[in-house]
Design a protein around this ligand. Structure first.
Ligand code: F6R
Length: 608
């Protein structure tokens, strides 16, 4: 949610700085801007506007800026509309300080009134602008940048990651974090600031990860990390980032979403290669807990819901699932509770809050996270790193399947430990999981064309139901979310059994249904799902089935069917999910949507 970048170097940085916010654009993309210290007069020059980084670069001629130190920002609006004035960076009245910010300052209204009374002029509606005026105000008394910066931050309530430059000290960037991510990239000739690794991975893989309530003073050849509370120094080891710069490129695909869908065979293999001990250790903690919560939000909520079904099926345990945005209003946590979260970014505010809520009440925490060094990765008692590589598309695909595989492994491990599964069953399930990557390849290679054709022919339909039963229900919900966010069509995910209790009244020629049909060997689950499809067809509703080979006969109640290769019961939902990802993708492409950056969304939602 908003991307912050900063560079301090001996060489000109303008191109690199624009490149940095371009790489962070998936975090927010309604407007962007750059501030650099330019010229001998040491002027803080700011250029910003609404639109994508490419648009603003051209319109504001960002490439013409010159300097060796600067900060930049790509925005996802929270306070104040999408206007050039609200775009970051924001400057103090005297133009000496410029700041970029990610997060939300909850007491900004109060601070703004105080600052206005002291004569400060505000040019934007943002909460961010109060920070820079506050620094300017403190500077009037301290005459010292560092203490003014710290004093101002201490007055803020809410969450922030900030980066600041000032012509008063034109060789350094000041930055700080409190509940919003910020990291420092370290190279021989320059230092970088970024909301995440993508800001500088093209230049260095060495990073220092900042923690909450810390600030740093960064020059081209030094950095000092300190506590916001008392300015005391912190020494922390730097980390080497595992991701390769090429992993963040599109690699010939028209969109990151498609590239990441195609990376799923590889990502599943990575999830299957995660050390068994890490999974077993978590299974032990689950078995030792009195109460177990699984949490996540958006896609990751559906991930943990699938986990819930698989725990019930393979380990005889039904953990409670709570969407992380509702967690603190519903969960009853004590010392015997374990909360397991799933999060691609490891920074999602709601999920972090659920984990903190658990910790505050003495419960144990665990997380499946993709981004190493992220906030969740650092606060939980038990971490499983997915190793799925950077997920750039705002639409989550490969990260979700990886988390589902890890949760499946966890369910199998727990089931083996508590005797729900025999060793033989456990081994068979693992063999089935190992066959999954090849089956995914097959779907990607052989079904994409057909799925594209169906998507093209139905893209005029504005309302969609996604129906699944049992462990296909979370898949239906996840698939409906994909459809909504990428195509902007209305889609609802629902248990197919629920349909007849009200929603069936909607069935007509303006509403299509996608039905996730389990393999026939699922018995009741299969026949009950077919009954729901019959009910829709009986009312002349369109049914697109996602089903398995040999099960789709002419007389079955579907209008059309995406037929997948036969597979084990354990892996069936994953294959159907991939078919549905392709369906949403091609619908969005047909409708000419902005696939990787759908309107109003942002990757990594770090605000409440
Ligand atoms: C959907 C999507 C979101 C995220 C959700 C949680 O495609 O990407 O629903 O899944 O915002 O994000 P993470 O996984 O980063 O915690």
């Amino acid at each position: 949610m908003c991307g912050i970048a900063g560079i301090v170097s001996l060489n000109d940085i303008s191109e690199k700085l624009v490149g940095a916010i371009k790489s962070l654009e998936y975090r927010g993309y309604d407007s962007c801007g750059v501030a650099m210290i330019e010229g001998k007069g040491r002027k803080v020059a700011v250029r910003k506007n609404i639109g994508s980084v490419d648009e603003v670069r051209d319109r504001e001629r960002l490439a013409e800026m010159r300097g060796t130190i600067g900060i930049a920002h790509t925005r996802w609006a929270t306070h104040g509309g999408v206007t050039a004035a609200n775009a970051h960076p924001h400057c103090s009245c005297d133009g000496a300080f410029a700041i970029t910010h990610n997060g939300i300052i909850s007491n900004y209204g109060h601070l703004r009134e105080i600052l206005k009374a002291k004569g400060h002029r505000f040019l934007s509606e943002t909460d961010t602008e109060v920070i820079v005026h506050l620094i300017e105000e403190h500077y009037k008394t301290t005459r010292q940048v560092e203490s003014a910066f710290v004093a101002a931050l201490k007055e803020l309530q809410g969450t922030f990651a900030v980066a600041m430059i000032t012509r008063r000290e034109p060789d350094r960037i000041y930055c700080a974090r409190s509940e919003s991510p910020l990291i420092i990239g370290i190279a021989a000739d320059a230092h970088y600031i970024g909301s995440d690794f993508n800001a500088f991975i093209a230049h260095t893989k060495t990073a220092l990860i900042m923690d909450d309530n810390e600030y740093a003073v960064v020059t081209h050849d030094s950095y000092a990390l300190k506590r916001l509370s008392d300015g005391s120094p912190i020494s922390r080891a730097v980390q080497e980032i595992q991701w390769d710069p090429e992993m963040s490129q599109k690699g010939g695909f028209p969109h990151y979403m498609l590239k990441e869908i195609y990376e799923q065979p590889q990502v599943v293999n990575h999830a299957l290669d995660i050390d068994r001990e890490a999974i077993r250790g978590l299974a032990e903690k689950i078995l030792a807990a009195d109460k177990i919560y699984f949490t996540g939000v958006g896609t990751t909520f559906y991930v943990v819901q699938l986990g819930q079904y698989y725990f019930s099926r393979y380990a005889g345990i039904t953990p409670s699932i709570v969407s992380s945005d509702e967690f603190r209003f519903l969960a009853s946590v004590d010392e015997k509770t374990l909360t397991l979260a799933a999060s691609q970014s490891g920074e999602t505010y709601d999920t972090l809050t659920a984990l903190r809520f658990t910790r505050e009440r003495g419960g144990a925490t665990a997380a499946i996270v993709n981004v190493m060094g992220s906030s969740m990765a650092r606060i939980v008692d038990h971490l499983i790193l997915q190793g799925s590589g950077p997920e750039i598309s705002v639409i989550s695909t490969k990260a979700a399947i990886s988390q589902m595989i890890i949760l499946t492994r966890l369910a199998l491990e727990t089931g083996l430990m508590n005797g729900t599964l025999t060793q033989k069953q456990y081994d068979q399930h693992h063999r089935d999981l190992r066959k999954l990557p090849a089956l995914i390849e097959k779907i990607l290679n052989e079904k994409s064309g057909f799925i594209h054709t169906v998507a093209r022919s139905q893209a005029h339909i504005n309302h969609w139901l996604f129906l699944g039963r049992g462990h296909f229900y979370p898949i239906a919900r996840e698939s409906a979310l994909k459809m909504k966010e990428v195509s902007y069509l209305h889609a609802e995910g629902m248990p197919s059994g629920f349909l007849k209790h009200g929603t069936i009244a909607l069935i007509d020629e303006r509403l299509n249904s996608v039905v996730f049909v389990p393999p026939k060997e699922e018995g009741d689950l299969y026949t009950l799902t077919l009954s729901s499809a019959e009910e829709i067809r009986a009312r002349n509703g369109y049914v697109l089935a996602i089903a398995f080979a040999d099960r789709v006969k002419k007389e079955l109640p579907f209008t059309e069917a995406i037929v997948l290769p036969a597979c084990a019961l354990l892996t069936a939902p994953f294959l159907e999910m991939i078919a549905a990802q392709l369906f949403s993708y091609y619908t969005a492409v047909t409708l000419k949507r902005n696939v990787d950056r759908p309107r109003s969304l942002a990757k990594s939602v770090t605000v409440a």
